[in-house]
Design a protein around this ligand. Structure first.
Ligand SMILES: [Zn+2]
Length: 226
């Protein structure tokens, strides 16, 4: 882990512990961070947080990967209260996932959220596991079976082109195709389809590039943009 951001001298211990030097140190770091949040940020913006505590009116539902390097509020420069969030391994929409089903129902029928974003990311460990199925894991392969079609579609396209594809490029194409596939799964929910038909909901497919911090819009088949 390389950290190049300049730090105050007293933060060196934190940096060390974040590199895994001391077992359990991160838990202390989190609680210390919360104390600083309360005394600095919360105090300074008390009115904002007190108003926010009464009600939430997020206008976007974010379905993203659990990966720690894709924190929605950081990469989109949004604040508490703005984005309703669901994250799982591989940003997957599975119709038998009651967790996501409840999130969707709440978002659309109660919060009346007008936009849903499914955001994948290059370098996704979930997609890597999907492509390299050689582990003893029990649950990860079951979960990733919901993304299997993305791998199949990309490999079919590559085979039809009769070309030798760079492995990283193939992986990136699967990441993008997985976003398209999960957008399709999303539209299998009748109440999602209805909200879209009633022009109350739009869905978008994005991919985040950890290498440069940029979000790329994934074009959906038959549409000019995501
Ligand atoms: Zn991921």
């Amino acid at each position: 882990m390389v950290l190049t951001v300049p730090q105050a001298p007293d933060s060196e211990i934190h940096l060390y512990s974040r590199c895994g030097g001391e077992r359990g140190a991160m838990i202390t770091t989190l609680l210390e961070g919360n104390k600083r949040f309360v005394s600095e940020t919360f105090e300074k913006e008390k009115e904002f947080f007190i108003t926010l505590a009464k009600d939430q009116k997020p206008t976007v539902l974010w379905i993203g990967c659990s990966d720690s390097r894709v924190p929605v509020n950081t990469i989109t420069q949004t604040r508490a209260g703005e984005v309703f969030v669901h994250r799982n391994v591989g940003n997957i929409v599975a119709n038998n996932d009651w967790n996501l089903s409840a999130v969707l129902e709440f978002s659309i029928n109660h919060l009346q959220i007008p936009d849903i974003v499914i955001c994948g990311h290059y370098g996704c460990g979930g997609i890597h596991a999907l492509v390299n199925e050689n582990s003893d894991d029990k649950y990860i392969p079951i979960w990733l079976s919901n993304a299997y079609k993305a791998k199949e579609r990309v490999d079919e396209k590559i085979a039809a082109l009769h070309i030798e594809m760079d492995p990283e490029l193939r992986m990136n194409l699967i990441v993008e195709e997985n976003v398209r596939l999960q957008l399709e799964h999303l539209q299998e929910y009748p109440f999602v389809r209805k909200a879209m038909t009633d022009k109350k909901l739009k869905i978008h497919g994005w991919v985040y590039d950890m290498g440069n911090g940029e979000i790329k819009v994934v074009k959906m088949s038959g549409q000019p943009g995501g």
